[in-house]
Design a protein around this ligand. Structure first.
Ligand code: ADP
Ligand code: MG
Length: 451
C-alpha cells in the first residue's frame, strides 16, 4: 500500500479513538515520510506536536500502525516542514532523520518475539487468579519451577476468551526469565499444520522435524483445530513422543477436553490426557469484580464502585468481551473528562449484557434423573443408595458450577439439605472429575442435554 494511502487509513482509525478536537489539532499536517526496517518515520510540523504525539498518542498510533502492518516495530517522529516536502521527494536523503530516539518502545504489549512467537504482554503480573482458574494457575507455577518434570503434558481447556492463551504464553515468558538456557516455542496448531505442509511441499520434512525437536518447552495453542488433519496428527504424535521421552515440557490448549475433540485419534487422545488436564471455566462474580478492578487500575480512569458491581453482574464471563466493554467505558470517560454515571454505563454496555440464565432447578433435576435413569423424586428424597447419591451430587455440582446457584438455595430446593452437604458434594465431584475421565464424559453428556 502506498504511504499516503496507508497513513490515511491509519488516521481514519485513530480518529475513531480520540476526540475530534484532539484529532484535528495534533494530526493535521502529519505524514509518513518513510519506513525502514520496521521503523516508520512520521513527519510532524513542529517540536511541540512531536512531543505531544509522543507523550499522549504514541501507543495508539503504534497500535494502529501495527494493526495495519504487522511488520512495523517502532515509530520516530521527525519535524518535517511542508515547504520542504513540496521541493523534495519524501525519500530524499537530505531529510535529517534522528536515530535511536523513540526506538525504546514503552509498549512491549504489541511486540511479538520472532524467535519464540511469545508476546511479552502475557505475564502473570496483571493476571487475576480466582476459583475459575486457580488450578490452572497452580499447575502453571509448578511447571515454571520445574519444566518437564511433574505435569507433562499440561493440557488446559475451556471456552473462548477465558484466558487459555494468556496462561500458556505467560508460562513461556516466565520460563524464559527463570531458565534463560531453556528454548521455548509457542505455536498455534494452525501455524504448526502450515509449517508441516510447507516442509512437505519444499521436500524438506527433516527441517521441520529438527526444528520442533530442539525445543525444551513446546506450547501449542488451539489444538482442537487438529480435527481432520490426519497427517498433522501423525506428525504431532511422533513429535510428542520424542519430546516426552526427553523430558521436554509440552503444553496444549483447546476449547474442549481431549476426549471431545472430533476426529482425534485415540492414541493422541490418551497422550494428551496422560499428564495434567485442567479446565478453565467462566469467572465467578468475585473474580469478575477483581478482573474489572485490575483492568481499570491500569488506566487512569476513575470508576465508581456501583459501576464495578453493575458491570460484574451484567457482563458476560468471557474476559475478552469484558475487556471490550471496559475499553469503551474508558474511552467515553476520557472523552467526557468525568466518571460516567450508572445509567450511562448501562446504556453503553447494553449490547453485551448476558441474558440472565433463568434456571428452573426442577428442570435440571429432571435432566440429571433422566440421564441416570432414575426417578426425579429420588433426588429430593433421603435415599442413601449409591447411584442415587451420585446423581444427587452431580445435580448439586452442576447447579453450582454451571448456573451459579448458591449453596443454601441448592440445599433448600433439593430436599432441605444443609448447605455443608451441598459444598461437600460440589467439591467431591469437582475433585473426582480431575482423575476420572468417565465421570467427565457423564457430566459433559448431561451438559449437552441442557443446551
Ligand atoms: P482464550 O485463549 O481462552 O480465548 P485469552 O487468553 O485470549 O483467552 O484471553 C482473553 C483476554 O482476557 C486477553 O486479553 C487476556 O489478557 C485477558 N485475560 C484472560 N484471563 C485473564 C485473567 N485471569 N486476568 C486478567 N486478564 C485476563
Ligand atoms: Mg486463545
Amino acid at each position: 500500500m502506498e504511504k499516503i494511502e496507508f497513513w490515511n487509513k491509519c488516521l481514519s482509525e485513530i480518529e475513531l479513538n480520540i476526540s475530534r478536537a484532539n484529532f484535528t489539532t495534533w494530526f493535521k499536517n502529519t505524514s509518513i515520510i518513510k519506513e525502514d526496517g520496521g521503523i516508520v518515520y512520521i513527519g510532524v510540523p513542529n517540536e511541540f506536536v512531536k512531543d505531544w504525539l509522543y507523550n499522549k498518542f504514541h501507543k495508539l498510533i503504534l497500535k494502529t500502525l501495527i494493526n495495519n502492518n504487522e511488520n512495523i516495530r517502532g515509530i520516530e517522529y521527525i519535524i518535517y516542514k511542508q515547504d520542504i516536502k513540496e521541493k523534495q521527494t519524501p525519500e530524499n536523503k537530505s531529510i535529517k532523520i534522528p536515530t535511536g530516539i523513540n526506538k525504546e518502545l514503552p509498549l512491549n504489549d504489541l511486540y511479538i518475539n520472532r524467535e519464540d512467537n511469545l508476546n511479552p504482554r502475557y505475564n502473570f503480573n496483571s493476571f487475576v487468579v480466582g476459583p475459575f482458574n486457580e488450578l490452572a494457575y497452580a499447575v502453571a507455577q509448578a511447571i515454571i519451577t520445574n519444566p518437564g518434570q511433574n505435569y507433562n503434558p499440561f493440557f488446559i481447556y475451556g471456552g473462548t476468551g477465558l484466558g487459555k492463551t494468556h496462561i500458556i504464553q505467560a508460562i513461556g515468558n516466565t520460563i524464559k526469565q527463570k531458565h534463560p538456557e531453556k528454548k521455548v516455542f509457542y505455536v498455534s496448531l494452525e501455524k504448526f499444520a502450515i509449517d508441516y505442509i510447507n516442509s512437505i511441499q519444499n521436500k524438506n520434512p527433516n527441517s521441520f522435524k529438527e526444528k520442533y525437536r530442539k525445543y525444551d518447552v513446546v506450547i501449542m495453542d488451539d489444538i482442537q483445530f487438529i480435527s481432520g488433519k490426519d497427517k498433522t496428527q501423525e506428525e504431532l504424535f511422533h513429535l510428542f513422543n520424542t519430546l516426552y521421552e526427553n523430558n521436554k515440557q509440552i503444553i496444549f490448549s483447546s476449547d474442549k477436553h481431549p476426549n471431545f475433540i472430533q476426529g482425534l485419534e485415540e492414541r493422541l487422545q490418551s497422550r494428551f490426557a496422560s499428564g495434567m488436564t485442567v479446565q478453565i471455566v467462566e469467572p465467578d462474580y468475585e473474580s469478575r469484580i477483581a478482573i474489572i478492578k485490575a483492568k481499570f487500575e491500569s488506566t487512569n480512569c476513575i470508576i465508581k464502585p456501583e459501576v464495578i458491581a453493575c458491570l460484574a453482574e451484567s457482563l458476560n464471563g468471557n474476559i475478552r468481551e469484558l475487556e471490550g466493554s471496559l475499553n469503551s467505558i474508558v474511552c467515553q470517560t476520557q472523552l467526557r473528562n468525568r466518571p460516567l454515571t450508572l445509567t450511562e454505563v448501562k446504556s453503553l454496555i447494553k449490547n453485551n449484557i448476558r441474558p440472565k440464565k433463568t434456571v428452573e432447578i426442577k428442570d435440571i433435576v429432571k435432566t440429571v434423573a433422566d440421564y441416570y435413569n432414575i426417578s426425579e423424586n429420588n433426588i429430593y428424597e433421603k435415599t442413601r443408595k449409591k447411584e442415587i447419591v451420585h446423581a444427587r451430587q452431580v445435580t448439586m455440582y452442576l447447579l453450582r458450577e454451571d448456573f451459579n446457584v448458591s449453596y443454601p438455595l441448592i440445599g433448600q430446593k433439593l430436599g432441605n439439605r444443609d448447605h455443608t452437604t451441598v459444598i461437600h458434594s460440589h467439591l467431591k465431584i469437582k475433585e473426582d472429575l480431575k482423575t476420572d475421565p468417565s465421570l467427565l464424559q457423564e457430566v459433559e453428556k448431561i451438559r449437552i442435554m441442557f443446551k
